[in-house]
Design a protein around this ligand. Structure first.
Ligand code: NAP
Length: 275
């Protein structure tokens, strides 16, 4: 497994996303993924599956210290007391003494970012979380967090795949030791619509999904967390770690549309605002 190392964390580059997994299916998917060799699991308070994820962790028999576990606080819980309660509820549901990474799931309009980050840092000092970070933060918001408030932001989890560029976020992140975790790395199943990807996949005797993951995983400081409930998908996504694209593949992928955004809720920030 490729490990991304920064001064804030050591994160397996490929993780298992768990959004929309619930109950027994979630528990079994998490346990099976860990059995196959995954060591990074992504959940969130909002997914309402932390208890099942926790059971999956225990059922796998893999030691807690070997697993990189991320959870997130929802954007209506960013005042310090609510943020702490959310973190403690996540720890209780997951039945674990600590998270490896705790993220602000979405910025909230009008949030007191400094107070939220101070509460995150306090949880880090207490050992309840090992690293802190954000999700769906624009460059302007990342700059406020990192430069304005001096927060040790370890990660920004954003939508990133072959149909969505994130050049500005990546540029800022790499300059500040922030890992970019790509969510929806398989474009939520829409890759099949692109014959260019099918052609690259045929050349490598694999699938468009594996090509899309290989493209992300070869990038510096980029992790990917495909959701895969099926064992076949979990295995295929692991195998993508061993794929190597060539310059012709990269040029073909670079020419695909790069402005698709599949997760864009009403509370999303102004994505393209420069400052
Ligand atoms: P995704 O990972 O791009 O796509 C998931 C879909 O792809 C599922 O239907 C899955 O099917 C299928 N799939 C997985 N591996 C495959 C393979 N090798 N071949 C073909 N199909 C495959 O989309 P996502 O679930 O929206 O995003 C991934 C994770 O990112 C989420 O689970 C969540 O943890 C995180 N996320 C975070 C945010 C945020 O705001 N921070 C937002 C969205 C998502 P099966 O399950 O049937 O195998």
């Amino acid at each position: 497994m490729k490990i991304i190392r920064t001064r804030h964390l050591a994160m397996p580059a490929l993780g298992l996303g768990t959004w929309r997994l619930a109950g027994e299916a979630c528990m079994q998917s998490v346990a099976r993924a860990l059995g196959l060799g995954y060591r990074h699991i992504d959940t969130a308070a909002m997914y309402a599956n932390e208890e099942a994820v926790g059971r999956g962790l225990r059922a796998s028999g893999v030691a807690r210290e070997e697993i990189f576990l991320t959870s997130k606080v929802w954007h209506d819980h960013l005042d310090p007391a609510a943020l702490r309660r959310s973190c403690e509820a996540s720890l209780a549901a997951l039945d674990t003494p600590y998270l490896d990474l705790f993220l602000i799931h979405w910025p909230a309009p009008g949030m007191e970012l400094g107070a939220a980050l101070e509460a995150m840092m306090r949880l880090r000092r207490e050992g309840k979380v090992r690293a802190i970070g954000v999700s769906n933060f624009t460059v302007a918001l990342m700059r406020r967090a990192v430069e304005g408030f001096g927060a040790p932001i370890a990660c920004n989890q954003v939508e990133y795949h072959v149909l969505r560029e994130q050049n500005a976020v990546l540029h800022f992140a790499r300059a500040h030791e922030v890992v970019v975790t790509a969510y929806c790395p398989l474009a939520q199943g829409r890759l099949a619509e692109y014959p260019e990807l099918a052609a690259i996949a045929a050349k490598h005797a694999t699938t468009p999904a594996a090509i899309a993951l290989a493209w992300l995983l070869e990038q510096d400081q980029v992790a990917a967390i495909p959701k895969a409930g099926r064992e076949s998908s979990q295995r295929a996504n692991l195998a993508a770690l061993g794929l190597h694209l060539d310059d012709a593949d990269r040029a073909t992928i670079a020419a695909l549309p790069k402005n698709e955004r599949f997760v864009d809720p009403a509370w999303a920030p102004a994505w393209d605002k420069a400052a």
